[in-house]
Design a protein around this ligand. Structure first.
Ligand SMILES: NC(=O)c1ccc[n+]([C@@H]2O[C@H](COP(=O)([O-])OP(=O)(O)OC[C@H]3O[C@@H](n4cnc5c(N)ncnc54)[C@H](OP(=O)(O)O)[C@@H]3O)[C@@H](O)[C@H]2O)c1
Length: 338
């Protein structure tokens, strides 16, 4: 895995299960907030699954399209696009009706000092969207940050673990969930809440950050000594397939890889591949932000891309000077300030 073309093709490769599900997902699919790290590859994956399924269905990507060229790129793949600032209610109300909505818009970084905006984006806007799309089924992206840190011995938070977010970002995301749920109950809108812990591709994410630090011999903090992650292609598959399990009452799903990954082990794996000794700072804490995705694994199967495969691809990518997106995850953050 060395070129952007290879990476994009891999991310957009649908599984047989997704193709099968696509045959029975009724109606068009709208992705709100398509312009971010995950949306473009999700849109292309959905298009490929539709083609392979031999069904007729539109994928409509909605975003402000602040990244130049993205709109054209998506249109070239057959994705319809609509430029819209969702926070502008007039623009929101003009969007077409659809049967399926995957809600990906949100904000995280820059919350500290601008908390009011984070709450408007993450907790108020979901209410506007839930009213507008009360007749659709909705998969709403959320985050593992709604949970408290879990002791390492517990195997990660499950969907019934009481939420206890640390800091205003996580709290605003819990607000998003509760507001979607309120309108789901009010209008009988089928809803799935998709609590994601760190999707990665080779251009961004926890693995890239650790690999880069190992290679540059920069100290790696062990304070958040354990993490979860999932290949973005697998995470995107689950988001689309979750349209089939939306319900009222809401269906909550943790989405991540099956491992509780030790940051120390991960750095050592990269160290062996790069031929350097990782530099560590501090010691592992007795708890961490950890999710248990057993429920999603039972529903959809285990992710197709394994952790060691991701590590190998990441190594090749860095050795080939592959493109990266400068959007650090701040996975080390323990005070909830983003
Ligand atoms: N990636 C992860 O590992 C991860 C982990 C946990 C949770 N999540 C959540 O999952 C969702 C998708 O992840 P992501 O990484 O793709 O997020 P992201 O990179 O933040 O993308 C979200 C996109 O939404 C669009 N958007 C923001 N404000 C908007 C507005 N007012 N109107 C229209 N579009 C707007 C933006 O694109 P434009 O600038 O083009 O409008 C933005 O790039 C996010 O809500 C994120 O918080 C992601």
């Amino acid at each position: 895995m060395r070129t952007l073309e290879e990476l994009e093709a891999k991310l957009a490769e649908p599984s047989k299960a997704l193709v099968e599900d696509m045959k029975s997902i009724d109606g068009d699919i709208m992705l709100l907030g398509v312009g971010g790290k995950m949306g473009p590859s999700l849109a292309k994956l959905a298009m490929n699954a539709i083609k392979e399924a031999g069904v007729s269905k539109r994928v409509i990507g909605v975003s402000r399209f602040s990244e130049a060229g993205l709109r054209e790129q998506l249109e070239a793949e057959g994705v319809e696009t609509i430029a819209c600032d969702l926070l502008d209610d007039e623009q929101l109300q003009k969007l077409p009706e659809v049967e399926n909505v995957i809600y990906m818009a949100g904000t995280k970084f820059g919350t500290y000092g601008k908390e009011y905006f984070t709450w408007a984006m993450n907790s108020y806007l979901p209410g506007r969207v839930a009213e507008k799309y009360k007749n659709a089924r909705i998969v709403a992206f959320s985050t593992g940050n709604v949970y408290p840190f879990m002791p390492l011995a517990y195997g990660g938070a499950v969907e019934t673990t009481p939420p206890a977010p640390i800091g205003e970002y996580g709290s605003s995301c819990l607000g998003r969930e509760r507001v979607f749920e309120y309108f789901s109950r009010k209008y009988d809108t089928p809803l799935a809440i998709y609590r994601l812990n760190y999707a990665i591709d080779l251009r961004y994410g926890v693995l890239l950050e650790i690999a880069k630090s190992v290679r540059a011999q920069k100290p790696i903090s062990l304070a958040m000594g354990h993490v979860n992650c999932i290949w973005q292609g697998d995470a995107n598959e689950i988001a689309i397939r979750a349209l089939k399990v939306c319900s009222n009452p809401v269906n909550v799903l943790n989405v991540t890889g099956p491992e509780t990954i030790s940051v120390r082990w991960l750095a050592q794996e990269f160290g062996r591949r790069f031929g350097v000794e990782p530099v560590f700072e501090g010691e592992e804490s007795p708890n961490a932000l950890l999710n248990n995705a057993s429920k999603a694994n039972q529903l959809f199967g285990y992710p197709k891309v394994s952790l060691l495969q991701m590590i190998d691809w990441m190594t090749e990518w860095l050795e080939a000077d592959g493109a990266t997106i400068n959007k650090p995850t701040h996975f080390q953050e323990r005070a909830g300030k983003y």
